[in-house]
Design a protein around this ligand. Structure first.
Ligand code: PMP
Length: 367
């Protein structure tokens, strides 16, 4: 049988594994940080309406610049953060993963490096490698906050072309303070002109405000966002960024023509019309997240403070055995490979109850 190793693939891809959260068919799926609430029926109807209208023009390519959608996203950011951005500041693509890929194609690439503080979102490293960008793993404190002195030292030593700051961080849930981001930005710019990417995929769930206003006067700072989490639309594949208009111009150099289908644009616009309803679910999920943190601590477990829609809990000597035992009780959580720790996504109250009951049984049996 032919394997990848038999093919003439690029050297840096040899021995790598693809991104692969298991998609198992179990009753309670709390492993990929999705929103557990399906879109409300009136939004489903509105999507059907908008998509039907788009379908009447599918013989034509979509709006290449996604003007109406970028205007809607800019209005959403302005309204929810209080920091005014315009369409020129915003760019959208198929999930924030594609936004990140476009940024790395533009600002990373062969002979360039990207640095992130691990554990963090594994795709930062994977997309870096996929775009030929060297990956450098930066340090964190034991409590998963960023060790500022060590971070500044790593930046000075490696002089990365792209720096990732994930806030709230996946998989730990840790938010990063604005003054920490500013120190990192200054350190990065002192080392060389470089792009600082603040990944705010989970920011709507945070106790802290968005870091969006940090783009003011900092053309090398980009904030990335997604509709996969707070908008409950992971299946839509719509991510976006906010930055200086020059960054938006720069990513045009690498984006594929007509990358965002008319169907995607129409669906995202319908979702934006229902922002308030969807943010209502976010409020419920934040309460559930806080409940999970309290309940897991009540079971005697260690729990990392969370500003996201998921919670990191531990510590286990045999993490995989605990993951497996929870799965045997019908609940799928995530083993991100952080030694001793697992991650659970906040689900509906009933799903979270099922998870907590499973964990209580498992730790009694195994510990
Ligand atoms: N950033 C972070 C930190 C994430 O956890 C994820 C999804 N798990 C993404 C970006 C990508 O999300 P999407 O491509 O669905 O927008």
């Amino acid at each position: 049988m032919t394997t990848i190793d038999d093919l003439p693939v690029r050297d840096e891809l040899r021995g790598q594994s693809p991104y692969g959260a298991p998609q198992l068919d179990v009753p309670v799926q709390l492993n990929t940080n999705e929103n557990p609430y399906p879109l409300p029926e009136e939004l489903v109807a509105r999507i059907a309406e908008r998509v039907a209208e788009a379908a009447r023009h599918l013989n034509r390519y979509p709006d290449r610049d996604a003007v109406e959608l970028r205007e809607g996203l800019a209005a959403y950011l302005t309204r929810t953060t209080g920091y005014a951005v315009a369409r020129e500041n915003v760019w959208a693509a198929n999930g924030s993963n594609e936004v990140l890929q476009q940024l790395l194609q533009t600002f990373g690439g062969p002979d360039r490096t990207a640095l992130g503080f691990e554990p963090s979102y594994s795709m930062h490293a994977l997309i870096s490698r996929g775009t030929g960008t060297g990956w450098i793993s930066g340090p964190r404190n034991d409590d998963f906050t960023i060790d500022l002195d060590a971070a500044v030292a790593a930046i000075a030593e490696h002089r990365p072309h792209v720096l990732f700051v994930c806030s709230p961080n996946n998989p730990t849930g840790t938010a990063v303070a604005a003054d920490t981001v500013l120190r990192l930005y200054e350190a990065a710019q002192a080392a060389r002109p470089s792009l600082v990417v603040v990944d705010e995929a989970y920011v709507e769930f945070s106790h802290r405000p968005s870091l969006l206003s940090l783009i003011e006067g900092r053309p090398n700072l980009v904030v990335t966002r997604t509709m996969s989490k707070a908008f409950g639309a992971a299946g839509l594949r719509l991510g976006y960024l906010a930055a200086d208009p020059a960054v938006v111009d720069a990513v045009q150099l690498v984006r594929l023509p007509y990358h965002l289908s008319a169907v995607t644009q129409a669906t995202a616009l319908a979702c934006l019309e229902h922002t308030d309803t969807l943010l209502g679910y976010v409020g419920r999920l934040k309460d559930e997240r806080d409940r999970l943190v309290g309940a897991l601590r009540g079971l005697g477990l260690e729990v990392t403070d969370s500003d996201a829609n998921f919670v990191q809990f531990g510590r286990f000597t045999d993490t995989h055995a605990v993951w497996r035992a929870i799965l045997d009780r019908g609940v799928l959580v995530r083993d991100n490979g952080v030694p001793g720790w697992l991650r659970v996504t906040a689900g509906t109250p009933a799903e979270n109850d099922a998870f907590l009951a499973a964990v209580a049984t498992v730790i009694k049996e195994l510990y």
